[in-house]
Design a protein around this ligand. Sequence first.
Ligand code: ZN
Length: 447
Amino acid sequence: MPQTTCSPSAKAGTKALLSLLIKTWGGSSSGISRGCGVGGRSEHKEGRALDWHMSVKKASQRKRVASAMKWITANNGEVALRLGIMYMIWNQHIWSTYYPELGWRKMADRGGTTANHKDHVHISLSWDGAYKQTSWWTGTPIVEPLNSRCGASGVRACLPTIPRTSKSWPYQSTKVPASFTPAAWTLPGVGGSPQVGRLQRAVPGKWVPAGATLTYQWTSNGRAIPGATADNYLLPPEQVGREVEVRVTATVGSRVETRASNNIADVYPGRMAAAGPRIVGVLAPGKILRINLGTWKPAPTRLTFAWLRDGKKIKGATGSTFTVRAKDKGHKISVRVSGYRLGYYTATATSARARISSAFGTVGTATISGSPTIGSELVGSTGSWNPAPTAFTYQWYADGVAIAGATKARFTVTSAQAGRTLVFTAVGRRSGYASTDVRSAGFGPIS
Ligand SMILES: [Zn+2]
């Protein structure tokens, strides 16, 4: 709940957290309260934000803040939740309990050292945190806010709220609207992290009277998004950098009331998950290496490649294949794959490093002998190699699919292979030589 009212006296929970920070990590306070007439919206004006005076320019202070932040944000912000922290700003970055999985996000440059929070840490608390009613202090978890934005009394009937620009007491009205007019008892909100590819859910808030018909309209930078009228919205790439919010309209009879959610912060690019590119091919000079891309989610629309030798980029080696050079022998080759997609951060994944050794002088030819009928025993041969491999591994395939358990040179055909064409493959291995696979011609179909 952002600041909407004004009662600048420092609240007990805010004071307690500030002194906890100073007692544990040092530093000093640069304030809690702020006059109601000063500047824009701020929880300082409600006594539920603190400024912890620490400087990014001093290594020891930076280190102590890092230690405090680590404690607060660990385990998806467990301590932050228990303290009732809404968000923290430090060194031009923001962290909030709403999106703990997004971590610290860079903020726009606001100008000076203080405006960019390089000489203090700002922490804003929920009302319950400010009133020291959260489980860190009480030991008892709270599942519903105890305090509305109307203050400590626990009285929630405070709608509508007079905007904070009102300087005269009372800062809030405690009038309950006439029962036939729908009114937001608690403001609508949006659930979900504001990141491309993530589902946002409209949280309609609580409306009085109950039973109002609710409809939704999602907006981007204040404009209605055509067709986005469900109670959820999957953030598409074109919303990166925009502010998306939802407007909730409540209707009772002929009375209609619309409330906008609090803005989602700028929508962040999505993250692609990239796992496991692998190098495929014979790891010896003169051979062509290819890439098995592994799994990417969502699929990139463009890929770039960089082949590496002992972890360093090989000049000009940016294709999807790489021909091993004589001078690569004894070195380790890997490939770095970068994936691009509109609205997503670039994702990069690197294969394991593979040592280049010698190629076998002669590689045998794989063949199958026997009868292509159910029940017959087939024998796979690997031909003659020079030097001879010290070990082989085998795999039989039916119509291109590996047959489970068929990993010996001999294979007895079963009815499962009826009508299918078999292939026998072998990988020859010998220390100092690049493992090399051979495959037979198709055998069958089996009858
Ligand atoms: Zn502040």
